[in-house]
Design a protein around this ligand. Sequence first.
Ligand SMILES: [Zn+2]
Length: 790
Amino acid sequence: MKPRRGRVGRAILVVVLGLITAAMGAVPGHSAFGASKRSATTPAGPAVRSIRVADVDELHRVVSTGVDLAEYVDRSPSSIEVHAIVTPAQVDALEARGFEVGPALFTRADWQEVARAYRRTKSAELAVLRVTDDVTIMRADYFKNKHGRFLSVEAKTSSGDIPDVTMTAEWNSGSGTPMGSGGSASMDRFSDAGVYMYHRVLVPVDERPSRVKVVSSEGGRAGKNVVEWLPDEKRRRLAKDFITNYMNPTEVYDRIESLADRYPRLTEIVELPHQTHGYRRKAQAVIGQTPNAAVVVDSVAWGHDGGNDLSVEVVDPGTPNSPLTVTVAGDVISVSVATSPTGQPASTAAHVSSAIDSQAGSVVDTFLYRNSSGSGIVQPHGEVQLSDGLDAPPSISRDPFTVRALRIGRHQDGTRTGVLIYSQEHAREWVTPLVSVEAAERLLANYAHDDRIKRLVDNLDIFIIPSVNPDGGHYSFFDFNFQRKNLVNYCPPGESDLGFADSWGVDINRNYEVGSLFDGYFGASTDCTDSVYSGPAEHSEAESKNVIWLADQNPNIRFSMNVHSYGGYFMWSPGAYEVPGRVPLLRPTLGEESYFWDSGSSILRAIKTQRRTVIWPGQTGPVIDVLYSAAGNSSDELWYDNEIFAWNFEVGADVWNPSAERWEPVGFQPPFQNEGHQEALEFATGVIRLLRVAHRYAKDESPPSSSARPAPGSYSGSVGIRFVTSEPADIYYTLDGSRPTLSSTRWEAAGLRESGATITLDESTTVRWFAIDVKGNRERVRRARYVVTP
Ligand SMILES: [Zn+2]
């Protein structure tokens, strides 16, 4: 096995090879093709890559494309390999012409390491060698919330793959004030799955800055104007605040049933077809002595159905040479152990286990404790009661649960744009059902006297599943407050004693079929006790099947909100990527992404009206960019498979502690007074605004209008153009004068969390394009002539 070379070793090799190739023209005998990729990421800038050609004629064709060739040619009998310094765009162009281009051999980052090493070892005079990177500020947002004023900055450097690159932001204190007068702060590096994303910082400020500057340790710098994130809106007068306390799932469903009774003209209860497992278990006891002399005894009946009445005793018969016997008398199982010639107990756990199975198999099943050998001798002990370990009062049903949706709308015939709100996939997120119930109450209570609410109910078809995972929800209320998953246990016997009970279950939001663990996506587990256990298969669980059933049955549903807690996030797809490489599910188009931002900031402004909670810009965006990869989550399935604009709330934004000068998390079950209550009210306001977004979409019949900037005319050398649209929309364009269609080039973002890329025209060009909004309304084709003089 060859030794691996580290980064620095490779970088030094660049210099040595450079000298040799410069002197000798070529170094034969090695190839980049077939070698593993050096890095999972593709460098954004130029890099040295191999190009393989068949013969000298083809080599000349490469040369004629004008690429920057290194002095490196490796001739083998069958082909010629050359090295060239090429940008990703040039790679695309070369590949389009049929050339075989290898992976990046040497990048700018490699050179920067060499230059930095050089700087470190040189005198101050020589160390002025600057390695300047490109810095891009993606967002600079100012906001006011109930705690004060804050500035949020996101910026990235082209040297992001260097781990110790640092970035500093500074800002002024309003227009006309000097840069830096507002303050400065070092930015935090944000990486995910080993891939550099960007740097970010969120700091309190005294005054609203108008401009920020970001400087990197590599010398790059950039500036940007600060915009206000979520400016204040007036609060609307609506009947609200229908929630007086936390509610367990039984109470939640009782409440929506009573709403349906009170408003029969506007509502319908939709029973979802897949009943859950139920808040129930087999009763269990461990007899003998753990680990090796212990037997786990499970009732055949459910605990509430007689299992909890059973008990087991282990008896010493008191006479030598007794046989092992098991008898059942009423609810008591009596194990009389075998004894030795001297009268000592002599039954192993394995023997006791099989004796119980054969003599009491109609009432109990047994297995050895945690995969032990069962070779220990079971010592007698008194009666042990079996228990299912479930503490909820008898008023909580132990039967399989019928999950229901409350359907609200004046017209429930499938002709209106549908919206799906669903809460509590994760059992412990107690505020989330309250958000759903509060929103439903507001719609119904205000229908008769508020025109805007009436328009929503008259023109939309609203489906609310207040608790997707009621079994887990009951368990979280009465047994283990941190329960996240459902109550289905897929663990093998070794992990099936009640000591594991709080770890059983399937993570419903990892059990869907798009971007799942089973498809190779990251952020779920195959371990039955893991908090993100995906279950044994996609859609194995009733809870996830119900959500998808509802979406499939009602194709008019075009919007959804998956309500979770906590942390204060507003997110959309993609929500999962594959590793290595951090390859995400297909990203939304520029038009879709801008629709998400646009609708999102409207929804977040509405949330802010309740108590001035601001969801940060840094927590707004695709799940994988602001949180983490979550393989097999529901909103990805709704977006990719059902073509629904699928969003996720994480309610419960951090609260600023002014004395400690830090943000503090609120948790899954914050005190109801002042926190849980307020979260429910503010995010219910967000749900109502989502309905307005959906209504606006439903009504939208007008095409977007667009223009190209700068204006058409004469430009010398080249001109970079961009498009401006009247509403979020995609642009399809051509540069060869032909009529654009939906198969033409689509205008794409310049990068992660950036707007559209500049299109550079090097020669006179007629640009033809049209804009199309997310509803599919399409502008007539437009044209602009750019004359470019050398
Ligand atoms: Zn959750």
